[in-house]
Design a protein around this ligand. Structure first.
Ligand code: AGP
Length: 609
């Protein structure tokens, strides 16, 4: 996620903001910048890469000011570059802004502004905000921001400065956090408290639709309609480390709980509840390309591979395209039968995994169309692919992938629906039904995450077990694989994911009271088959933990523990069913005092074979 810091007051504003940006480095970023107002002049310094580069720019060309806004950018639209780095200004350099979030309707706004003669200098969605504020500015910055925010759709945490009103910052938030730090004769803004704790512990957490005007001595908050809002000043007792994790004990737990937002951010601007179409700006397939795809071949590693196994169902069921899925390290040495009629999809959170990158390069050599699903803008794979779909999850810091997995699934689900539309294999009624299913996931997930205590108690009951078996069928078989991988990699306990139908072909010999079996038994066309599997396990004295969304007496009688998840359509159910498995792995690892965020022997991105 991008980082925002702003300051108004008696200190050296630029060094105060720079110090705050340093405290936000943990969020991950690829460029940075600051803007300061001196007299009625706007000064901007930006650089690509780490903050040390910006520091050099500032040392070469220092600014002494009492108002400053700064930003660390995690690219979502437009590669990491100085032109795309924030802050952004209008053409007259009167208005300057920093932004965290995604402006869904930026393309339409940009077209309109360009028709009015506005030149754009960046590839970002953010820049449209600076031009709109300037367009609406008539000696009242607050009103210009208010008018602008009534025009844009999407998520934003915003900091705005104006050279004609040099002693204030106007800021606003919608679905992207922003806090106001309350000082004495000085005030601050930041994406999170981490940036400000060394200056103040008194914070105002802005709420959605809030717009605040900040000077050194005053904080005025109104909603987007202009009604005054009273917000409580909270005194934060976290230390800096806790603050980096937003109060969560580990980044992994924070990232598990971020998933309603990251799923929403990944589909934001790409689907709309009242529209029967999908917008994936980055994918430029033409009609002929799409008609010519005879086969899809997915290549990935680890968690991304499990995501590929699930997405096979989407491409075959929705778009009616035969789809193979391969572990990249196998694919690259197998001389696969692929050609110019094959679409090879590489799935990678980092975009740097050596085996997946090699598989992508092999596909290109064989003349295939290539597309990467990735969480890092301008990563090697995204640069070397013909097409790319970015998951807007923000940096995933925990080595065990969680939000990237559900972000990838979201992106692939949307892509499959888009291909189905363009190949005419899906009616608009079906499309609307499946889009609505995805649209509802963040709300259902929020609901589920409100009470996960039962998972903690299950973890306590099984923390000392040495082996676990995870079972699933059909689209939830890969979820069983993913659940087992999560437990393995952070708790170091042996765990196997297995196709439930395979039980009687061997693994049933393992069943005894010492090996808990976790079965995914949610509503699906194979539900009754799963019931038979759990009966087989119970008949052999197995211990059963069931993830289900159906109140069924047979499940209650046969299971030792039940984790209920909200009901969803079978095809979207992996987005929901994986969450309790992520949490179970997390809580067991914490009970075993494992290094959850940096498990032994593992790297976040495996850039070697
Ligand atoms: C997932 O929890 C693991 N950290 C690992 O399996 C990971 O998914 C794999 O290394 C692939 O990484 P990528 O998505 O960045 O390519």
């Amino acid at each position: 996620m991008c980082g925002i810091v702003g300051y108004v007051g008696k200190r050296n504003a630029v060094s105060t903001v720079f110090d705050g940006l340093k405290k936000l480095e943990y969020r991950g970023y690829d460029s940075a910048g600051v803007a300061a107002i001196v007299g009625e002049k706007l000064h901007i310094r930006r650089s690509v890469g780490k903050l040390c580069n910006l520091k050099e720019v500032l040392e070469r060309n220092p600014i002494s000011a009492s108002v400053c806004i700064g930003h660390t950018r995690w690219a979502t639209h437009g590669k990491p570059s100085e032109e795309n780095a924030h802050p952004h200004t209008d053409l007259t350099k009167s208005i300057v802004i920093v932004h965290n979030g995604i402006i869904e309707n930026y393309a339409q706004i940009k077209d309109e502004l360009q028709r009015e003669g506005t030149q754009f200098r960046s590839e970002t969605d953010t820049e449209v905000i600076a031009h709109l504020i300037k367009k609406y500015y008539h000696n009242d910055l607050f009103s210009a921001v208010q008018k602008t925010l009534n025009m844009v759709k999407g998520s934003y945490a915003l900091g705005v400065g104006c050279k004609y009103e040099p002693y204030k910052i106007v800021c606003a938030r919608q679905d992207a956090p922003l806090v106001v730090g309350v000082g004495k004769g000085e005030n601050f803004i930041a994406s999170d408290v981490t940036a400000l704790l060394s200056y103040t512990r008194d914070m105002i957490f802005l709420e959605n639709c809030d717009i605040a005007e900040i000077t050194a001595d005053e904080i005025v908050i109104k909603d987007i309609k202009g009604n005054i809002k009273k917000r409580e000043i909270k005194n934060i007792q976290w230390d800096a480390i806790q603050a980096e994790k937003d109060g969560y004990k580990h980044f992994m737990l924070k990232e598990i709980f971020e998933q309603p937002r990251t799923i929403e951010d990944t589909f934001r601007g790409r689907i709309y509840p009242d529209e029967e179409r999908v917008y994936i700006e980055e994918v430029k397939f033409n009609e002929k390309d799409i008609k010519n795809i005879s086969k899809i071949h997915i290549v990935a590693c680890g968690t991304s591979y499990h995501c590929g196994l699930i997405s096979k169902f989407y491409f075959e069921k929705f778009a009616k395209i035969a789809t193979d899925v391969d572990i990249a390290s196998e694919f690259r040495y197998r001389d696969p039968l692929i050609n110019e009629k094959t679409l090879v999809i590489a799935i990678s959170q980092s975009g740097e995994t050596a085996d997946t990158l090699a598989a992508l390069r092999l596909a290109k050599k064989k003349g295939c169309k290539t597309l990467t699903v990735c969480n890092v803008v301008d990563s090697t794979m995204s640069r070397e692919s013909m097409h790319v779909i970015y998951t807007h999850c923000g940096p995933e810091i925990g080595v065990a992938s969680t939000k990237a997995f559900t972000g990838q699934l979201t992106a692939l689900y949307i892509l499959a629906l888009d291909l189905a539309c363009k190949r005419g294999t899906f009616s608009s009624v079906e499309l609307k039904k499946y889009l609505k299913e995805l649209w509802e996931i963040p709300l259902k997930l929020d609901e589920f995450l409100k009470n996960t205590d039962c998972i903690q108690s299950i973890a306590k009951a099984f923390e000392h077990k040495k082996d676990f078996l995870y079972l699933g069928r059909h689209i939830n078989y890969p979820v069983a694989l993913e659940g087992a991988l999560k437990l393995k990699e952070i708790s170091y306990i042996h765990a196997e994911g297995y196709a439930a139908g395979e039980m009687k072909h061997g693994p049933i010999a393992l069943i005894d009271e010492d090996m808990p079996v976790i079965a995914i038994v949610t509503e699906s066309e194979v539900y009754d088959k799963m019931i038979s599997n759990i009966e087989e396990i119970k008949a052999r004295g197995g211990t059963l933990i069931i993830v289900t969304n159906i109140y069924d007496e047979r499940i209650r009688q046969k299971s030792d523990h039940v984790i209920c998840v909200p009901k969803t359509n079978e095809f979207i159910s992996p987005l929901m069913n994986v969450i309790p498995l992520q949490l179970l792995a997390y809580h067991i690892a914490v009970l075993l005092d494992c290094d959850v965020d940096q498990p032994r022997n593992l790297a976040k991105s495996v850039t070697v074979e």
